[in-house]
Write a protein that binds this ligand. Structure first.
Ligand SMILES: NC(=O)c1ccc[n+]([C@@H]2O[C@H](COP(=O)([O-])OP(=O)(O)OC[C@H]3O[C@@H](n4cnc5c(N)ncnc54)[C@H](OP(=O)(O)O)[C@@H]3O)[C@@H](O)[C@H]2O)c1
Length: 246
């Protein structure tokens, strides 16, 4: 079936703009929508891509970022597209757990903080500005390994648990914002295994044709967003737009 594309966004908000996928999405969104206002958030300063681009440096894991980002958004147009890249899989000496013995509270808490609370805080900052007649597309970059039904391998406890929690946040947001905004599409997107610092230590066993460049994945994510339909609202989607069971 031929699907109609959603209208082009006039304002795009990209959070986590310094990461591997974040940087590629920034370039792709800027080149595909040169006239849209492009708002970025990152823990780092970034070079602006031109007059349409505005940046906010914020620590989205911090609850105080809700007020900071809310204040920053107050003087800007309401975004039609929001893409949230924030996520973590490994840091310092922590790698994904192979078994129960390797689990500890701190790593799970850190995973939830970065994989869930960053998305929650951004949603809280944006929520007061949503308008019934201003179309909204929200995409949280999640992961297929956060699907409970699709988990046949086990392991990666903290990442899987926190991405499953993110998926529930996305589902809840889709319900709450679906009641508030007429043209509302809230989804979680699995970008596919992409060559970024997050996947770097785990790329050895990935066939070359299954490891995608950040530009490839960014272009696919943008295509998914352009082609979102009403039935996609509240779902976890693969990088080709097909649904993944929760
Ligand atoms: N690469 C893959 O193969 C793959 C596969 C499945 C899912 N994903 C998901 O795709 C998303 C982007 O990952 P990536 O591959 O681009 O990884 P990356 O290069 O390691 O980037 C990490 C991302 O997370 C953000 N981040 C990290 N710590 C943060 C913190 N404490 N507070 C706020 N933001 C924080 C970074 O934002 P700033 O540095 O700009 O603040 C950046 O956007 C993640 O959610 C990841 O789980 C990736």
């Amino acid at each position: 079936m031929q699907h109609a594309e959603t209208p082009p966004p006039q304002c795009i908000l990209l959070a986590g703009a310094s990461g591997g996928l974040g940087q590629a999405l920034l370039q792709t969104l800027h080149s595909q929508y040169p006239d849209a206002v492009l708002l970025t958030i990152s823990r780092h300063d970034i070079d602006l891509l031109g007059d349409t681009h505005q940046h906010c440096t914020a620590e989205l894991e911090d609850p105080g970022s809700v007020a900071v980002v809310n204040g920053w958004l107050a003087e800007r147009p309401v975004p039609n597209w929001v893409v949230v890249c924030c996520g973590i899989l490994h840091w310092d000496k922590h790698g994904p757990e192979k078994n129960l013995r390797q689990c500890n509270d701190d790593t799970l808490m850190r995973s939830v903080t970065v994989n869930v609370l960053t998305h929650l805080h951004l949603a809280q900052a944006l929520d007061p500005y949503l308008k019934r007649r201003s179309p909204l597309t929200w995409a949280s970059l999640s992961a297929k390994v956060g699907s409970i039904e699709d988990n046949h391998l086990g392991g990666w406890y903290s990442y899987r648990m926190s991405k499953a929690a993110l998926n529930m946040l996305v589902r809840n947001l889709s319900i709450e914002w679906g009641r508030k905004v007429d043209a509302c599409r809230v989804v979680a997107v699995h970008p596919g295994t992409t060559d970024t610092p997050l996947s770097e230590p785990f790329q050895e066993n990935i066939p070359a044709d299954k490891l995608y460049t950040p530009t490839q994945s960014a272009e696919r994510i943008v295509t998914v967003l352009q082609q979102l339909q009403e039935e996609d609202h509240g779902k976890l989607l693969f990088w080709d737009g097909s649904p993944i069971p929760w």
